[in-house]
Unconditional design. Structure first.
Length: 82
């Protein structure tokens, strides 16, 4: 019987491996840079939406106050007639 072969490693660099590694690194850096831009954009949009929501809530509260006043006026006039 023959002895099992041992692992062997060559001490050479293949150009295709270098190009692939560099391409992966550049792609990863570009992806992370784009991800940071998207996070910043989403943060700004979220702040804008919160501002719009607060403005809408104030507008709704004013409108409800107006409706309350009108109801009070109607109920007061109905009570005086009775």
């Amino acid at each position: 019987m023959s002895q099992p072969e041992h692992w062997q490693m060559k001490k050479e660099l293949n150009l295709a491996h270098i190009i692939t590694t560099v391409t992966l690194l550049v792609s990863g850096i570009l992806y992370l840079g784009d991800l940071d831009k998207r996070i910043t954009t989403n943060t700004q949009e979220l702040a804008h939406l919160k501002q719009i929501r607060n403005e809408d809530q104030k507008r709704i509260e004013k409108r409800l106050d107006s409706i309350d006043k009108k109801l009070d006026t109607l109920l007061g006039s109905n009570l005086r007639k009775d």
